[in-house]
Design a protein around this ligand. Structure first.
Ligand code: ZN
Length: 128
């Protein structure tokens, strides 16, 4: 797995984070089944519940082009150890993938690789 294009895309997206309240900028990039990479940043709101994480923005961007099968996700934030996707994002990814590798990185270059199944072992599903 060549993570570098995903990390670069996530970092570029992070530069556009809209995080005036938390000042916690996050970027995420998802590699889709056709090889395309879709990246996004977190977008906050003055009503905290309306904020959307970078990971969900990225998968929504990909899904909005008709793609449905994410192959890998990279997340970057300024946090040590590297930030993990929140529960909402894990469940959102589980909508489109039973499992996939997830790489979490920070600005110092620390990397933690995990999987969706490891981070969310029993996702909610209506698929039976
Ligand atoms: Zn999240």
């Amino acid at each position: 797995m060549d993570w570098e294009p995903l990390i670069a895309a996530a970092a570029a997206a992070r530069a556009h984070a809209y995080a005036p309240y938390s000042r916690f900028a996050v970027g995420a990039a998802v590699l889709m089944e056709d090889g395309s990479i879709h990246a996004a940043a977190n977008v906050e709101n003055c009503l905290p519940a309306l904020g959307i994480c970078a990971e969900r923005n990225a998968i929504a961007a990909a899904a909005s082009t008709g793609l449905r099968r994410p192959q890998a996700v990279a997340v970057i934030a300024d946090m040590s150890p590297p930030a993990t996707p929140c529960g909402l994002c894990r469940q959102t990814l589980a909508e489109f993938a039973g499992d996939l590798p997830i790489l979490m990185v920070n600005l110092q270059g620390e990397r933690v690789e995990s999987t969706l199944a490891e981070l969310l072992p029993q996702p909610f599903s209506l698929r039976g």
